[in-house]
Design a protein around this ligand. Structure first.
Ligand SMILES: [Zn+2]
Length: 188
């Protein structure tokens, strides 16, 4: 991270992310204030002895402020990069508690990947990387990541394994078992 422009770009990215985060939470705060004000206003109108047409007008205004408040809260949450990332990797809505997930992506030669294949030990110039995550979710939304591990596979091993997965869809239990072992290896 200390070598020149890369470090600076990374720093800039982090700062902008932080600022977006702050802007997001500020917007959430303003939205909550507006929502609260709308509730207080609506309540005072309902409790007060105002004339009926005035009360209706005030009620509509309160409703408008309430909607504006809720929209602002939603916008603020959406502005927040951390929240957006979590939204991106949400699970099923019915997921509560510990969730294990695996996703994978292709490793390209131009990445200069320094990892070694977990199956054969060769350098992974191109191939596949699998990410194992264990996190806690509320209604599918990850709130805490307990562990995260990466397994790299060279092209040969990845191809062999993917072909195996296609053929042996029915023995998915065995594959899950294998993933668990790989996860332990990755966490070591
Ligand atoms: Zn390999």
């Amino acid at each position: 991270m200390s070598d020149g422009p890369v470090g600076v770009v990374e720093l800039a990215d982090r700062i902008s992310e932080l600022l977006y985060g702050i802007a997001g939470w500020l917007t959430v705060g303003v939205g909550l204030l507006l929502t609260g004000a709308a509730f207080a206003f609506g309540y005072s109108v309902a409790a007060g002895a105002a004339r009926v047409d005035a009360a209706v007008g005030a009620g509509l205004l309160a409703l408008f402020v309430l909607l504006a408040g809720l929209v602002t809260v939603a916008l603020g949450l959406f502005l927040n990069p951390r929240f957006r990332r979590r939204l991106d990797r949400r699970h099923e809505l019915t997921q509560f508690g510990r969730v294990r997930s695996v996703d994978r992506r292709v490793v390209r030669p131009e990445e200069d990947c320094l990892e070694r294949c977990v199956d054969c030990g060769d350098r992974v110039e191109k191939g596949l990387v699998r990410r194992y995550r264990e996190e806690y979710a509320l209604a599918g939304l990850p709130v805490y990541t307990r562990s995260e591990g990466y397994n790299h596979y060279c092209l040969e091993c990845a191809t062999a394994e993917l072909r195996g997965e296609d053929v042996a869809d029915s023995v998915s239990d065995a594959v899950t078992d294998r993933s668990d072992r790989s996860l332990e290896r990755a966490e070591r």
